[in-house]
Design a protein around this ligand. Structure first.
Ligand code: F6R
Length: 259
C-alpha cells in the first residue's frame, strides 16, 4: 500500500488525476471503476481539464460505478448516476453507453447486482478503481460488519453514513437519504488491478488510520486494501494526521512518484 500525503486536497487530486490520465493514454480502452461523493470532485475536474486540453481521450474507456441508492431513478438529482453525468461524464468525451451505474429502481435488485458482476468480468475486469472512504471506514457502501469477500449486493447504510450523506448532499434531511443501496462488494473492489483511494479532511483521519495501520478487519472495510498489491491512498495532511508513520509514507511515495 502506498500512502501519498499532500499538503492540500487540490495537490492530491491533481496527482491522482495525472495517474489516471497517464493510464488512459497508455491504454485507451482502460476499464475504470468510479466513485461518487464529495471527495473525487476535484480529481474529476482535473481529468476533465486534461480532456479539454486534448491530452487524453476517454472515447474507448468503459466505466462501472461503485454504488447507487435503492429507490432513486438515475434522473433524481441525488442519484449517483446523475452525479456522475454532471461531475464527470458530461465533461469528458466518454460515450455514455460505455458508462455503467447500478439501477436503483431494479425490480429484482439481486439480479441487477449479479448482472453487474458479469458485465465487469466480460469487460476483462477493472483496471483502476477510484474510491473514497466513509468516516466509518467503508469503501463503496460496505459498512462495518460486511465480509471482506463480499460481492455486489443490496446493502444497508449505518446511521453515521446517513448523517454524513444528509449533511453533504440532502440539505441535512436525514429522512430523505435512502437506507439501502446497491453496492459493489469488497471482494469485487479488491479484484481491480489498481485501487486509488482519496481521503481529505480531519473527519477522515480515523478511517484512514484504520485503513492503513489498523488490523485487516470487516469493522473497517477499507482495511481490505492492505491485502491488495497495488493500492494507493491519496490524502491531505489532515486526513493523514493520525498515521504513525505518515512522514515515512510521504517520503517513500514522493520518491516513487518523483514529486
Ligand atoms: C461513493 C462511495 C462512498 C464514498 C464515501 C465518502 O460512491 O462509494 O464510499 O466514497 O462515503 O464520501 P464523501 O466523499 O462524500 O466523503
Amino acid at each position: 500500500m502506498e500512502v501519498v500525503v499532500c499538503k492540500t486536497k487540490e495537490e492530491a487530486s491533481a496527482i491522482a488525476a495525472a495517474m489516471i490520465t497517464a493510464a488512459v493514454k497508455k491504454n485507451p480502452k482502460l476499464v475504470l471503476g468510479l466513485a461518487t461523493g464529495s471527495t473525487p470532485v476535484l480529481m474529476y475536474a482535473e481529468m476533465a481539464k486534461a480532456v479539454k486540453a486534448k491530452k487524453v481521450s476517454y472515447k474507448h474507456v468503459k466505466s462501472w460505478n461503485l454504488d447507487e441508492y435503492v429507490g432513486l431513478a438515475g434522473t433524481h438529482d441525488q442519484s449517483y448516476r446523475y452525479f456522475m453525468n454532471k461531475n464527470l461524464f458530461e465533461k469528458i468525451d466518454i460515450q455514455i453507453k460505455n458508462t455503467h451505474v447500478l439501477n436503483g429502481l431494479a425490480k429484482d435488485p439481486e439480479k441487477e447486482c449479479a448482472a453487474y458482476e458479469t458485465q465487469i468480468r466480460r469487460a476483462g475486469g477493472i483496471d483502476i478503481q477510484v474510491l473514497g472512504i466513509g468516516s466509518d471506514g467503508h469503501i463503496a457502501f460496505n459498512e462495518p460488519g460486511t465480509s471482506l469477500n463480499s460481492r455486489t449486493s443490496v446493502v444497508y447504510l449505518t446511521p453515521s453514513t446517513i448523517k454524513d450523506n444528509a449533511r453533504l448532499f440532502f440539505k441535512g434531511k436525514e429522512d430523505e437519504v435512502p437506507t439501502r443501496a446497491l453496492s459493489m462488494g469488497v471482494g469485487t473492489i479488491c479484484e481491480a488491478r489498481k485501487c486509488i483511494l482519496l481521503a481529505f479532511g480531519k473527519g477522515k483521519a480515523e478511517a484512514v488510520k484504520g485503513c492503513v495501520e489498523g488490523p485487516v478487519s470487516q469493522f473497517c472495510t477499507a482495511s481490505a486494501l492492505q491485502m491488495h498489491n497495488d493500492a494507493w491512498i491519496f490524502c491531505d495532511e489532515a486526513a493523514a494526521s493520525k498515521l504513525k508513520l505518515r512522514k515515512y509514507y510521504a517520503w517513500r511515495s514522493a520518491t516513487k512518484l518523483g514529486i
